[in-house]
Design a protein around this ligand. Structure first.
Ligand code: ZN
Length: 386
């Protein structure tokens, strides 16, 4: 069965503003890398089926959708700001509604084709807009493509969906949208909200009513590195997924956990990122017949980091191998416009990185966070799952 790479050059039209850190060029950097590595075959390029406004209204409030449409058409609305529109993070740009509908359509198409069995797995690198809320734009996100995809899987296919968010920022939008739902578990590993936007994602955010115990948060210390990240991931994610037993896993693979990322303070290398993609892939095989949909997300080091991370993501999801060395021609092509030296290797040479002070304290703090989280969750899970 095929693996789908959701693709349309128009997906790159989601450019908030020229100076905004959210750079759609990341998509072309990644696609061109995969293409040069011959990891992307024409048959894998999956066409996007446009969703209608009724599906959008399954997650977002009508008055909010109307507001987004109005400002996208250039209309001035005094209340736009109270919907998070026209802020520094979410500037208004022409045809914003259409651009984001394209991204949402791609994620919903990915979910639909995997849920129906037409595709084994699928990836939409333009997706991953995890901060958008029912009636509010937030953190560069206007509509929540992930929530739309998950809702589609629940409503149309009756699936139980586990959402795993590896972005450096807490996956707050998806968490709150499914906070009291029994069909969806959300798991987010992120830099602690004490230091980073959106300021949520604490261990005590557990879900409520039918969703109690299904919201799982691992807030990590700033400057957490590979070993500590992998340790926390291993202690929580397999356990939570095995308890919940999903029919489908949706992975948000924001690439801003990397040490080079300028907007967050975690210090992962591409090795730990690749390891986490691999483990999610294995858990999908173990628990839900391999069914996996992955999206992009954050990632503000567009030349050096994002293409490597997302090429690794695609290679893992589609069961292929990334070579250790990146193609010379690809590096040269992009070096002309990259402000940094383009990397030569898929995996970072962490031995060349300056040592992070307080490493033992950071690791001990993360370990204590995981211990506290599991001590709270396990009794709830016992009651819930037996
Ligand atoms: Zn992020």
């Amino acid at each position: 069965m095929a693996y789908g790479f959701l693709y349309d050059p128009a997906l790159g039209s989601f450019e908030l503003s020229e100076s905004h850190p959210f750079k759609p060029i990341r998509l072309e950097l990644t696609r061109s890398l995969l293409s040069e590595l011959v990891l992307l075959k024409d048959a894998q390029l999956t066409a996007i089926e446009t969703i209608d406004e009724a599906s959008l209204a399954g997650v977002h409030q009508k008055r909010y959708i109307d507001m987004v449409k109005a400002v996208s058409q250039g209309q001035t609305r005094a209340e736009a700001y109270s919907y998070g529109l026209g802020t520094g993070d979410n500037p208004i740009f022409p045809k914003m509604h259409e651009a984001i509908m394209g991204i949402c359509s791609a994620t919903v198409t990915a979910v639909d084709k995997v849920a129906s069995g037409e595709l084994k797995r699928a990836v939409n690198l333009a997706g991953g807009l995890h901060h958008a809320l029912a009636d509010k734009a937030s953190g560069f996100c206007v509509y929540n493509d992930l929530a739309l995809g998950i809702e589609h899987a629940v409503k149309h296919y009756g699936l139980r969906v586990a959402y795993v968010d590896l972005d450096a920022h807490h996956g707050d939008g998806v968490q709150w949208l499914f906070y009291d739902r029994a069909e969806v578990m959300t798991i987010s590993l992120h830099e602690s909200g004490r230091y980073l936007f959106p300021g949520t994602g604490y261990t005590y955010e557990l879900g409520r009513h039918d969703g109690r115990g299904l919201s799982v948060n691992v807030p990590l210390e700033p400057f957490s590195e590979d070993d500590s990240f992998v340790e926390c991931f291993e202690a929580v994610v397999p356990l939570a997924l095995r308890r919940f037993k999903p029919d489908l896993i949706v992975l948000q693979a924001g690439a801003d956990m990397h040490r080079y990322d300028p907007l967050a303070d975690l210090a992962l290398s591409t090795r730990a990122m690749a390891k986490s993609y691999q483990r999610i892939s294995e858990l999908a095989d173990e628990l839900c017949d391999g069914k996996l949909v992955a999206t992009g997300g954050g990632g503000y080091d567009p030349y050096r980091t994002v293409p490597r991370a997302w090429a690794l993501l695609w290679a893992t999801v589609s069961r292929q191998q990334m070579p250790e060395l990146l193609p010379e021609s690809w590096r040269q092509r992009w070096q002309a416009q990259s402000p940094e030296t383009m990397p030569e290797q898929t995996f970072d040479d962490v031995s060349s990185w300056k040592e992070i002070p307080r490493r033992p304290q950071i690791e001990a703090q993360n370990r204590a966070t995981v211990k506290r989280l599991l001590a709270t969750l396990e009794p709830i899970w016992r009651e819930r799952f037996g």
